[in-house]
Design a protein around this ligand. Sequence first.
Ligand SMILES: [Zn+2]
Length: 419
Amino acid sequence: MRQSLYALVSAGLIAATMPYSNDLMAAEKPVTREEIALGEKQYGPNQQQQGGLYTLDPALSAYVQRVGMKLAKASDAPDLPYAFVIINSSDLNAWALPGGKIAINRGLLAALDSEAQLAAVLAHEIAHVTKRHSARMQKKAEGASLLGTLIGLGIGMKAPEYRDLAMQGVSTLAYGAQANYSRDHELQADKAGMKTMSRAGYDPQAAVALQEIFLREAQGRKNDALSGFFASHPPSQERISENKATAKTLPAGGLLNDADYRKATTLLARDKPAYQLLKEATAAYAAKNYGQTVVLCDKAIALQPKEVLFWEMKGQALAKQSRGKEAVAAFDKAAAANPNFYRPLLLRGMTQNALGQYAPAEASISAAQKLLPTQIGAYTLGELSQRRGDRNAAAGYYRQAAQGGGEIGKAAQERLRSL
Ligand SMILES: [Zn+2]
């Protein structure tokens, strides 16, 4: 049931059949305190699930926050507790949670040409917030119990193979990133966003250029895994035409700030070849060429030694080659590069557990669970607690893991019975 509803939402069918009259009525209401609280609660977990924060360039993060706040102040709801962060993911994506918590991916930033185009993305997301699109989608999602606190790992569990954590193993039920807005919501957000960016002094033509970039990218990667953003923000000739029409109603000219943008994204441009190597390494890993994965990761690390994802991928490939100790060392580097990202900690803990390093494993997995609770993390902590003879703690973890259902859930229930 859960899966099929999720698939429906993913396919955009629920969004597309939402009664339009309710939409219009709800759109007039201001953002509620409840929505703000919901967005705040989910902001952290959503960031974790999407790849953690991009921390390599604090000046770029400050720049995105500055541009975002300038637009927020020019929006229809200037006083919400807005925040704008960069997610460390190559996917072309941006998302908004109810109440003004907004994120843009590193990969999308790298695809843009000017500050005005960045403004077009952020103003569009701000419009989803002020028009309460994401809040209404979120309610639906909750109604369909799509939001769990426990994140399942989509891995078939046949002990002990379930310990094999694949990169893409974490199922993403986080909402904002998966939202499939209706065509009407998209057009509304484009229009309101263009008004906002124009009020903030930007050239609204950048929103047209942005859609042209999206359409080109979408056509170039039809079967690519990076199509998430295009599922939620479908680019189309229609949107380009609509944006051209909207631009005609707004004052011509305005800021592009393309030189400022190039300066702000200097590091991203410099690191592009390194992230390309990561893409190749990920493909090699998927093809089970683990030796080649390590070679490609080392090349990427030589270009940018502080990127958490390069070390993390290397660690996973080493673990696959039964080089556990070297894998732990790579995960150490990854965790040092970004101590606030759950995944390297979880991967390190699972690897330490496999090596029989139980106390360090427990510490690593506990740290990961604080950032993002996962089902596999809860189950393994149950095992580790049981091993220490702490039956109460073990029962607590197994109960938690059992909530997540699936094969790990079943195994956790069996463990509970046998305690
Ligand atoms: Zn949108």
